[in-house]
Design a protein around this ligand. Sequence first.
Ligand SMILES: *Cc1c(COP(=O)(O)O)cnc(C)c1O
Length: 421
Amino acid sequence: MNLKQRDKKHLWHPLTQHKLHPETIAIIKANECVLTDEDGNEYIDAIASWYTCMYGHCNDYITSRVSTQMQQLDQVVFSGFTHEPAIKLSEALMEILPENQNKIFFSDNGSTAVEIGIKMALQYHFNNEQKRNTLIAFEDGFHGDTFGAMSVSGLSVYNGPFKDFFLNVKRIPVPNGENNDTILNTLQHIVSNNKVAGFVYEPLVQGATAMKMHDIKGLNEILKFCKKHNIITVADEVMTGFGKTGKHFASLYVETKPDIICLSKALTGGLLPMALTTCSQKIYDAFYSDDMSKGLFHGHTYSANPLACTAALASIELLQSDDIQNNIQTIIASHQTFGNSIKTHHKVKSIRQLGVIFALDLNIEMERYGNLRDKLFKFFMDNGVFLRPLGNTIYIQAPYVITKNQLEKVYQVIKDALEII
Ligand SMILES: *Cc1c(COP(=O)(O)O)cnc(C)c1O
């Protein structure tokens, strides 16, 4: 039996209805931008394995640093102990994060990073003796699959069984440049009728919502409104963080900075699972007290795992290198050229781009996980490119180290797909 067949016996995959989608592909190797399956087929990883491996798979620099660290210190409790990899990582992050961020709290995936952001926002008010029990979030956002994260996610088509257990969340539309007044009126209405603790949002690009992009100025107006009402702003940069938007963080495009930032995915360059929730001094100070119960009593066993910290540190060094920064600029320009070459195609409804994130909507109505979407996916894979269309959106978020030829192949396969769909 091959891996694909053995997989069926015991494994239950994420986001999968196994009766409708019994097929899996067994990957035995990943190198730079290429995945190899057990039959020897190769695929260009044009979405960097859910935007994690931005410096290429099995990156030599990251793996060798982690390999050295493995001989020195593998894991230690982070409550009461500390270590150099975590300290160095905090110092490196402070150089690149928006300047108001000052403290870092560790966890191990994007959902928990958001969960912690929500808890910080709620407890911030609790510690200040204010009962605030409502959160604001964008329509159609995605923040993860744990309960708090599901609650603030608007993409809830699959959350039906849990709806009765969600936190109290009010929704606003994303700013599109024309609806600012409407949004501000809605916000005013929400704060008049609720005690709002926080606003959780994906800045500028909503990833799982098929890379929907919104207006910088409009977002800034919302953040200013939140500041005015002491609503804690939680930027979920799990997807947008670490260079994807062309800047190190999407929040750097926006004048008003968030109180809290959630990070994961590309944080470790895809090598190990880790997440961070960073915050300003103001948030931290609300927890700093002689009163034990005002502390943030949240902790994960693998908090600040030294190996993951080392992978993150090496990744940030790469992000800041001239090579990677140049690659980012090259990819941005290359996507622009590609976008211009297809935007008038009759099957293309619209294109959008921010940094290395490129998306196009097809002029065809498609279900998020429907047959047409599956046909497209299969076409890409049969042609050696791993792209994962979301409904009628095809998006690219390739590793920064993708070569010119590989990128040309990705573009060509998308162009060919327009002819068969
Ligand atoms: C992926 C993602 C999450 C959830 O992260 P996990 O590590 O999958 O739990 C949260 N927010 C955003 C914006 C994401 O893209």
